[in-house]
Design a protein around this ligand. Structure first.
Ligand code: UT7
Length: 329
């Protein structure tokens, strides 16, 4: 039997309408448009409505991806959704999306690998397709970080936004689609980026002197920054090697969008010109698991990668985690 590959059949995205610009942050914390632009590269981010949650965003992105793939929700056999901000412990966000879009024949579950989540989800879906278990899978990254952001903390509040992106993967008998994946975790360094759930340790409480809401994101920005630049470089190189593809053959690298300086740092280490690395952090900020699929969707919409060309998606985040996938479109 010939080998099966998971190919991209369609992509979609959804971004809430409300825009938070840098002037808004100048009005609520001691910051400036100049600092945010220079140190992070963000100009605007989107904010979901109070009654709009990750499953709402995820369902809208999923519908757009299905339409782009020319498929109906009932064609989908597997839904994997990555999020750090699902609105419920149970049902899972993926089950809520399943109900919203009417994907009655699908098995659905969530993955939490923070900002690397979409790549972890795509990698798991790839395994199900390669094994012949399922033909059509829906992979979603959906996050509403503005609901878990402390707006008194200038070091984090300027960074985050909300959004969702989705991708339909379908089985192919030809060697195309996902040609390699790399996943990694370093739980021992997890303390560098936390958002409390049922438990808040003494350290977690001490680190958030601004408020008694410990269900907000805290991070050691510089530690995460260094880790991010290094792992984006190594995960890109490793996945290219694994797939037997030279860096020169990759048309576009689509990284997680946390900070323009992180993207530029990794780009320089990989010796790539600016046009070979996708960046939209200016428009949306860091949307955790939603960054990579939204960037992938926009890169394909803009024709930045054409049929038969190769791209790498690469990300890093809380856990700590990192991942990459080499994909021929
Ligand atoms: O998705 C994965 C998770 N997150 C990340 O990938 C983020 C990784 N880290 C970063 O992107 C950067 O470390 C930050 C953008 C978070 C911070 O930038 P930085 O250049 O590392 O700044 P810093 O933490 O070294 O702080 C430098 C100064 C400090 O002031 P002092 O102590 O030098 O007087 C901060 O208090 O900048 C100050 N600062 C600000 N100033 C104006 C921190 N945030 C702000 C702000 N506006 N919003």
């Amino acid at each position: 039997m010939s080998e099966i590959y998971a190919k991209i059949a369609g992509v979609g995205k959804y971004l809430p309408e409300k825009i938070l610009d840098n002037a808004y942050f100048e009005s609520i914390v001691d910051t400036s448009d100049e600092w945010i632009t220079k140190r992070v590269g963000v100009k605007e981010r989107r904010m979901s409505k109070p009654d709009e949650f990750s499953s709402d965003l995820g369902a809208k992105a999923a519908r757009a991806a299905l339409e782009n793939a020319g498929m109906s929700a009932e064609d989908i056999e597997l839904i994997i959704l990555a999020s750090v901000s699902p609105e419920m412990y149970t049902p899972s966000c993926s089950c809520m999306v399943q109900a919203k879009i009417g994907a009655k024949k699908a098995a659905a579950f969530d993955i939490n690998a923070a900002c690397s989540g979409f790549i972890f989800a795509a990698s798991v879906a790839n395994q199900f397709i390669k094994s012949g278990t399922y033909k059509n899978a829906l992979v979603i990254g959906a996050d509403t970080l503005t609901k878990i952001t402390e707006y008194k903390d200038r070091a984090t509040c300027v960074l985050f936004g909300d959004g969702a992106g989705a991708m339909v993967l379908t089985a192919s008998g030809e060697k195309t689609g996902i040609l390699g994946t790399v996943l990694g975790s370093d739980g021992a360094s997890g303390n560098n980026l936390t958002c409390c759930g049922l438990k808040a340790s003494a350290e977690d409480i001490e680190r958030r002197p601004f408020s008694d809401n410990y269900r907000t994101i805290w991070m050691d920005g510089q530690a995460v920054f260094k880790f991010a630049v290094k792992t984006m470089e190594s995960a890109t190189q490793e996945v290219a090697e694994k797939a037997g593809v030279a860096i020169d053959e990759i048309s576009l690298v689509i990284p997680h969008q946390a900070n323009k300086r992180i993207i530029d740092g990794a780009r320089r280490r990989l010796k790539l010109s600016e046009d070979r690395v996708f960046c939209n952090v200016e428009k949306y900020g860091n949307m955790s698991a939603a960054c990579v699929p939204i960037a992938l969707c926009e890169a394909l919409e803009q024709g930045r990668v054409k049929e038969g060309e190769k791209l790498v998606i690469v990300g890093f985040g809380g856990g700590l985690t990192w991942g990459s996938a080499l994909i021929e479109v």
